[in-house]
Design a protein around this ligand. Sequence first.
Ligand code: SF4
Ligand code: SF4
Length: 344
Amino acid sequence: MEKIRLGKTGMMVTRLGFGGIPIQRLSDSDAVKVVSKCLDLGINYIDTANGYSTSEERIGKAVKGRRKDVIIATKTFPGTPEIIEKNLELSLKRLDTDYIDLYQFHGVNNKETLDRILDPENGLYKVFEKFKKAGKIRHIGITSHQMDAAKEQVKTDKFETIMFPFNVITSEPAKELLPLCKQHDVGFIVMKPLAGGMLNNAAICFKYLLQFPDVVSIPGIEKVAEIEEIAKLYQGAPKITAAERKEMQRMIEELGTKFCRRCDYCQPCAQGIPISMVMTFPTFVKRLPPDWYLKNPMIADNMSKAANCTECGECESRCPFGLPIREMIKENYTMFEQVKAENS
Ligand code: SF4
Ligand code: SF4
């Protein structure tokens, strides 16, 4: 499988990687089988996170005996230095390794968090540098969903990689973010190449991404057949056919009008509703085990706030994608109540 240089890290990674979210839904042995299959197919880039429950441990089991051939990326939310330290030790233990190839700040979506990371006195970046010096991590990256925040992060020249959503529907990175990454030699990792499980035409989604030679895509994989299908696309240089182009257009028209990019331009909401979380709730249901979103107060309590929507419509006037936020909040809140009832 073709490899590219991942920005300043200098690491040579396969253009197709593996995203470790959905294996949380599988049994231990099935998860190990899926990850092992990816390695057998030549994939050498595996992404996971401290926050993905069983994912790190299962990946650790799958890479046992093959560690030197695999590039492991994991992440931590930018909490306090003590929390970060604890999270890194836990990741190393779960992954059964003594180093992480790429350690990323997880979900940095605003300037305040970036400033906290880069604070010259007590910034969290310094903690990452300490890890690097100790040989526990090799490279430093960052992940974000927010375009302005991501551009700012790239411009600092502090991060060797950035992970950002990019797919047929969320195609905005192609305009400015990708060229900016190229200019600053920041490796670009594609989050949500299948729009967080909302797109199921793998051929179209990956042929679209294959047009961009400098990106590494990390689809969340749950079945061996899925990764086999996607890996085949990466073996040649498949062109988008006329029929696929037509279908792509149809997908954009159908989903583009209802797909939340999690950019948060619609905020603030006077009722304190975390709009983007409520808007993307169906992607949790598609990819994660119910306990993950029903027992996690961060998700469950925030989803409950959706009941307080007064339908004032102010958020809709701020959404650059013209999404019917009020209608979608209602639909997704109903879905939340349903899955809650089914799992009680
Ligand atoms: S319509 Fe609902 S979600 Fe949007 S700003 Fe008003 S209260 Fe908040
Ligand atoms: S609803 Fe619109 S503005 Fe709000 S996060 Fe989603 S895409 Fe962005």
